[in-house]
Design a protein around this ligand. Structure first.
Ligand code: ADQ
Length: 495
C-alpha cells in the first residue's frame, strides 16, 4: 500500500535505499537493495510523488562513479521504480567521509545520544568534517529541490532529513532557500534517542547542533520523552521561547513543531514471511529456544544478556539441556576499535559459558556472528519460545515488533528492556532491567515457564497494537505532522 503525499518528497539520508556495487573486472555498476522497513515504506512515496532520494552510495569520490545504474528488469524491490534521475548520490573523499562517519557520527553522537558519554570522543576536526559533509548534503539537496520545481512548479517540495548523521543540514538548506526565494517544507526525524539536557550540554558545539536541527519546520522523535528533552535543550542551551504543552519552539522568528512519531514495521509482510518460512528448529517439543537478534553494538547489552543466561543456568538447573540461547549478532562498524573489542569479549564469554555447561548432547549458546536471510529470521521469530530484547538504551528497537508479528503459532514471550523505545508502548511484554543480573535471570525463568493462557493473552494484545500501528500508520502520522498527507487518496485506501 502506498501512502500519498501532496508534496513531492525529497528524502535526505546518510545512505541511498540501495548500495551501488562496482564489478572490479568489467567496471559495471549494479544496485543492491538494502532491505529495511524504512526503505520499504518510504521509497514508494518518493517514486509516486516524483520525488528524489539524496544519500551516500556506498562508494567514494576516488571510486569515480559518474552515473547511477537503472534498476534491472527483474528487480522486484520497493526501489525498482526509482529511476536514476530520482537519485542524487553523495560522493565524498574517503578521508573526509571517514572523519564524518566514523570520527563524528559513530565515535561521538552514537554513544552520547545513547547516554554513554564516557565512550564519546569529542574532536574539533571531526566536528568540522561533520559540518562540511552536512553542507555538501545540503547543496545536493538543493539540486533535488530545483529538479522538483522544474518538474512540478506549483508544488512545494517536502524535504525529509533523517537521523544523527545529518543534524546540521537543515539550516544550510534554509539559508540557501531564503537567498533564492524558494519555498520548501522541511522535516527531520531522529532514529536514536534524544538524551537529556545534562548529556547534550557535554557536547562542546551543542548550540550549533541544536540550531542545525531548528532549520526544519517540524522535528520528529520516537517518544514523547525525547521530544521533551529536545525542547528543554532548546530552552536551556539556546534560550528559545518554548511551549511545552503544544510542543512548539520559537527560533529566529519562526515556529518549529516537535512530534512524537514512534516508528514501526511492515507488519503484514512479516506475518506473510512467517507463514511461508520453513521450520527453524528440530525437536521443538523437547527444546525451548531463547532468541536474540541485534547488530553487534555495545548499546544492545549483549554482555549482560549472556551473563544473565549463565545466571539462569546456575539458579535454575532444570533448564540445562532443555533451553538454548540462539544469538544472531549482525556485524556492524567492524573497522571501529570499540566494536572489535566487544566482539572479542563476546567470543570469550560465549566460549566460557559453553565450556562450563555443554554436555555431550547440548550446548547452551548458539552464536551466529553474521547475517541470516529474511526467511530464516522470520522462522526464528516464529519458532522461538522467548525473545530477549534487552538493550541498555535504544531509540525504538524493531526486533521486538518483528518478533510479535511473526508469532503466528504457539504464543511465545517477549522480554523487553524499558530502556528501548519499544518498552514504552509494548506494555504486555515482560519488562526487565538488564543491569540487574539476578532479576534478569528470574524474568527469563518466568518467561520460559509462563502458562499458555497468560502467554496468549499478552501476545494477542501485543500483536493487535502492532498490526494497527504499522509502518504505514507511522508514515501517515509523519505526513500529517507537516500537513502533507493526501487525505482524499488516503481515505479511499482505508475504506
Ligand atoms: P538499529 O540500531 O539498527 O536501528 P533495530 O531497530 O533493532 O536497530 O533494527 C535492526 C534491523 O535489522 C531489524 O529490522 C532487523 O530485522 C534487521 N536485522 C537484524 N538482524 C538481522 C539479520 N541477521 N539479517 C537481516 N536483518 C537483520 C536504529 C535505532 C533503533 C530504531 C531503528 C529505526 O538504533 O532504535 O528502532 O533505527 O528507527
Amino acid at each position: 500500500m502506498v501512502i500519498h503525499s501532496t508534496s513531492p518528497m525529497v528524502v535526505v539520508a546518510n545512505r541511498l535505499p540501495f548500495v551501488i556495487c562496482k564489478n572490479s573486472k568489467t567496471g559495471e555498476l549494479t544496485r543492491k537493495y538494502s532491505a529495511g522497513g524504512l526503505v520499504t515504506a518510504v521509497a514508494p512515496v518518493v517514486v509516486e510523488t516524483g520525488g528524489l532520494w539524496v544519500g551516500w552510495s556506498g562508494l567514494h569520490l576516488e571510486d569515480g562513479i559518474s552515473a547511477i545504474p537503472e534498476s534491472s528488469p527483474d528487480d522486484k524491490s520497493p526501489t525498482a521504480g526509482l529511476r536514476s534521475d530520482q537519485v542524487i548520490p553523495v560522493n565524498l573523499p574517503r578521508k573526509q567521509f571517514d572523519d564524518y562517519y566514523n570520527g563524528c557520527c559513530n565515535a561521538c553522537f552514537w554513544p552520547l545520544f545513547h547516554s554513554m558519554p564516557d565512550k564519546a570522543v569529542f574532536e574539533e576536526d571531526k566536528w568540522e568534517a561533520y559540518v562540511a559533509v552536512n553542507e555538501e548534503f545540503a547543496k545536493l539537496t538543493m539540486d533535488a529541490v530545483h529538479k522538483c520545481y522544474e518538474r512540478q512548479p506549483d508544488q512545494v517540495p517536502l524535504v525529509w532529513i533523517h537521523d544523527y548523521h545529518l543534524m546540521y543540514t537543515a539550516n544550510y538548506i534554509r539559508n540557501i532557500c531564503n537567498d533564492e526565494g524558494l519555498k520548501v517544507k522541511m522535516a527531520f526525524f531522529l532514529h536514536i534517542p534524544f538524551p537529556s539536557w545534562d548529556i547534550v550540554r557535554l557536547f562542546p558545539w551543542a548550540s550549533q547542533l541544536l540550531q542545525g536541527i531548528l532549520g526544519c519546520d517540524s522535528v520528529g522523535f520516537h517518544l514523547e520523552d525525547y521530544c521533551i528533552n529536545f525542547i528543554d535543550c532548546c530552552h536551556r542551551i539556546l534560550g528559545c521561547r518554548v511551549d511545552r504543552k503544544k510542543r512548539l519552539i520559537e527560533h529566529n522568528k519562526r515556529s518549529v513543531s516537535v512530534h512524537p512519531l514512534p516508528i514501526s514495521i511492515p507488519y503484514d509482510r512479516f506475518v506473510q514471511m512467517a507463514e511461508e518460512a520453513p521450520e527453524a528448529i528440530k525437536n521443538k517439543n523437547e527444546q525451548q529456544l531463547l532468541l536474540g537478534v541485534d547488530r553487534l553494538d555495545y548499546t544492545k547489552g549483549l554482555v549482560k544478556r549472556f551473563k544473565a543466561f549463565e545466571r539462569l543456568l546456575e539458579l535454575y538447573p532444570q533448564h540445562i539441556e532443555k533451553v538454548t540461547l540462539l544469538q544472531i549478532a549482525v556485524p556492524s562498524r567492524t573497522d571501529v576499535k570499540e566494536y572489535q573489542e566487544l566482539k572479542e569479549e563476546l567470543d570469550q564469554i560465549v566460549g566460557r559459558i559453553n565450556g562450563r555447561f555443554t554436555t555431550p548432547n547440548w550446548s547452551p549458546i548458539r552464536y551466529i556472528y553474521g547475517s541470516v536471510t529474511h526467511d530464516q529470521l522470520a522462522a526464528f521469530y516464529r519458532d522461538a519460545s522467548v525473545a530477549l530484547v534487552t538493550p541498555l538504551r535504544d531509540g525504538m528497537n524493531l526486533v521486538a515488533k518483528e518478533f510479535v508479528a511473526c508469532q503466528i503459532k504457539e504464543p511465545g514471550v517477549l522480554v523487553l528492556s524499558p530502556f528501548a523505545g519499544a518498552g514504552v508502548t509494548m506494555q504486555e511484554a515482560l519488562q526487565v532491567n538488564p543491569y540487574e543480573q539476578n532479576q534478569f535471570a528470574k524474568v527469563i525463568h518466568r518467561a520460559l515457564t509462563m502458562p499458555f493462557d497468560e502467554r496468549e493473552l499478552r501476545m494477542t494484545q501485543l500483536r493487535r497494537r502492532e498490526k494497527i500501528r504499522d509502518v504505514n500508520f507511522w508514515l501517515r502520522e509523519v505526513l500529517k505532522s507537516v500537513d502533507s498527507l493526501d487525505e482524499a487518496c488516503d481515505s479511499k485506501l482505508l475504506r
